[in-house]
Design a protein around this ligand. Sequence first.
Ligand SMILES: [Zn+2]
Length: 232
Amino acid sequence: MSTIPARSARTASGNTPTITARAAVGRSRMSRSAPISVGLTRRPRRQWSCEKAGRGKTAMAIEGQYLGMGLRIDELDVENVEYFKHCAAHDFHLQACAQCNRLRYPPTTACPWCMSRESTWKKVAGKGAVHSYTEVHHAIQPSFRAKTPYMVLLVDLDTQKGEPTPDEALRVIGNLCTPDGQLAPPDMVKRVGVGTRVRMVFSDVSDGIALPQWTIDETAQQPAKVWRYAQE
Ligand SMILES: [Zn+2]
């Protein structure tokens, strides 16, 4: 991916069926992305539900409400259940491959580089710089109107940046938020662009789910100028 934001909408997504990154990275005023980074469900369900996971095992789906919308991680989606449990404890963990040791994001069943299915969860520092962003001004539904403009950030983690090739990085999607995990106000949105140093914060959703988000890293040295789309 280029260091300059793409002009056409581009969607980054996990390759699991029940959690889908919805943040489109693209042209600011054309975006229709929602101010969240996990998939939506319209099915009304209890917050916790126990279901048979096969072979006699019982597992639990995790559900919650975020900005008036239901989120659900199915019990069989074991990688995302584990990932969001760590997030719920305000701890950022990624899978480290047991074969090649590389970290990967989003959570997946097998290593994208060596195909190994063995991995362990490793604590990772939530620090990085904005690689690209979308600034959303048109709400995708009426309940989002009060939240605009909001920002969807694609952040290069400092950890494993430039590996395994110079242009690669672990790129983690989240909204721009205040340090307490609320969507950032307009004056904060205006300060952020490509290159802004950010740190991870969490938006609590329910027991078992918090969304990893980003806020300006007040302790970091910021670039003298960050790249932003031309403003009207
Ligand atoms: Zn590997």
